[in-house]
Design a protein around this ligand. Structure first.
Ligand SMILES: CC(C)[C@H](C(=O)O)[C@@H](O)C(=O)O
Ligand code: SF4
Length: 476
């Protein structure tokens, strides 16, 4: 029978199928290949292990790091890290202690790989096609870019996976999102996913595993595919995935945790069998034309409130829109482009990889950031930071007047103290624009790294095509 990518991975990992015998049916038990762990959602799970006197079943299947509560400013003269609160400090210290106690390798401050868990997993080659991957973190969907089934779990489940390497799950349904055609100049993977969420809405993927396919998706590099899959959760999907292909294999080859030698050849053979079979059906399908996608931004307080950057904020009069207009201090029918920008944040597991930093640098090179705008650029991992510095990107950023920080989640969520002030407008390459996400009263506009960099230069929400040297195809 023809199967989808999702079905192949699901079937290969079922330890015990869902029982439908008793009406409700017990969920399936599935095996987990890789468990990503960070300091925020692990403490209770470790406490539970301790309470029950259990061990971590497969320490070698855990990839552990610190990312959310970590300061992005360097240590002081005494080597002290500037933690925002003692609680943030303790969260990190607790993970150090738990890793020691349970025999887990922690990519802590001294690791050259440390970073946002969704950036470092792929970078290390830990994320591989065909795997089941979980993390106590909603943006685990990022790893689906490799043709893995990757999704976020709750803290209780983090404990289950630690103890058993298995998880109870109901089989989700599938949603195919096909995007065909060439992207217009200045349009990036971030614009594709913002456009998709704008089209299908924040509930458009609820309960589903999305497979992104079509010629536009095939043409994306791995970092673009990660950006795309990363935001799947923002339309309510359980996971997002892209079938593996040569682009995937080329990215993974030679990475520290990827298979080597003959194992590599065997792995690639197996991975080639993963893509959705001809004739396999998704439960639902959405089709998008790449030509319809423009640089996109959010205007409201959820990631589905999206407009083409040249459009006016919609003339909506429903309760959600009114609340959003009020919080965002925007008026329906007026353009968002041209609004004063207080802060630009380039970072997060959506857009903090080398290609994102290069995109930002392509606009910031030999330019200055507008007066009255603060720009924070935070690489996703220590390895990304090193790679960016090796090609001099940090010099471009510093010369433009931006701040160049240590790797971590930073202002995506502000748990480490990197926040915007009340009322400030932030153009942010992250994935959530909820009220207060980037600081109490801070107003978030989600955008691509190109749009963020263009807005940094002008100090206003700006169409990045104003900075492109190529002809502005489609621009009115
Ligand atoms: C802190 C963590 C549990 C949370 C998540 O689940 O995604 C965070 O990463 C986020 O992006 O909101
Ligand atoms: S970068 Fe943001 S979205 Fe990603 S894991 Fe960290 S807080 Fe969550």
């Amino acid at each position: 029978m023809a199967k989808t990518l999702f079905e192949k991975i699901w079937d290969a990992h079922v330890v015990k199928p869902e029982s439908t015998a008793d009406g409700d049916g017990a969920p399936a038990i599935i095996y987990i290949d890789l468990h990503l762990v960070h300091e925020v959602t692990s403490p209770q799970a470790f406490s539970e292990l301790e309470r029950r006197g259990l061990k971590v079943r497969c320490p070698e299947r855990c990839l552990v790091t610190i990312d959310h509560s970590t300061p992005t400013l360097p240590p002081d003269a005494n080597g002290e890290r500037p933690y925002v609160t003692e609680q943030a400090h303790q969260q990190v210290e607790t993970l150090y202690r738990n890793c020691e106690k349970y025999g887990l390798k922690l990519h802590g401050w001294d690791s050259p790989h440390r970073g946002i868990v969704h950036v470092m997993g792929p970078e290390m080659g830990a994320t591989q096609p065909g795997m089941t991957i979980v993390c106590g973190d909603s943006h685990t969907a990022t790893h689906g870019a490799f043709g893995a089934l990757a999704f976020g779990i709750g803290t209780t489940e983090v404990g289950h996976v630690m103890a058993t390497q298995c998880l109870l799950q109901r089989k989700p349904n599938t949603l195919g999102i096909r995007v065909d055609g060439e992207l217009r100049p200045g349009v990036t993977a971030k614009d594709v996913i913002l456009h998709i969420i704008g089209e299908i809405g924040v509930g458009g993927g609820t309960g589903s595993v999305i497979e992104y396919h079509g010629s536009t998706i095939r043409a994306l590099d791995m970092e673009g595919r990660m950006t795309l899959c990363n935001m799947s959760i923002e339309c309510g999907a359980r996971a997002g995935m892209v079938a593996p292909d040569e682009t995937t294999f080329e990215y993974l080859k030679g990475r520290p945790m990827a298979p080597q030698g003959e194992d590599w050849d065997r792995a690639v053979e197996a991975w080639k069998a993963l893509p959705t079979d001809e004739g396999a059906r998704f439960d639902r399908e959405v089709v998008i034309d790449a030509a319809d996608i423009q640089p996109s931004v959010t205007w409201g307080t959820n990631p589905g409130m999206v407009i083409d950057i040249r459009s006016a904020v919609p003339q909506r009069d429903d309760a959600a829109a009114r609340e959003a207009f009020d919080y965002m201090q925007l008026r329906p029918g007026h353009p968002l482009a041209g609004e004063h920008v207080d802060v630009v944040f380039i970072g997060s597991c959506t857009n903090s990889r080398l290609s994102d930093l290069r995109a930002a640098a392509s606009i910031l090179r030999d330019r200055q950031i507008a007066e009255g705008t603060r720009v924070l650029i935070v690489p996703g991992s220590e390895a990304t930071k090193q790679a960016a510095e090796a090609e001099g990107l940090h010099e471009v950023f510093l010369a433009a007047g931006a701040e160049w920080r240590e790797a971590g989640c930073s202002m995506c969520i502000g748990m480490n103290g990197d926040i915007a002030q009340e009322g400030e407008l932030v153009v942010s390459t992250s994935n959530r624009n909820f009220k207060g996400r980037q600081g109490r009263g801070a107003r978030t506009v989600l955008a691509s790294p190109l749009t963020a960099a263009a807005s940094a230069v002008t100090g206003k929400v700006t169409d990045p095509r104003e900075f492109l040297t190529e002809p502005m195809e489609g621009a009115a």
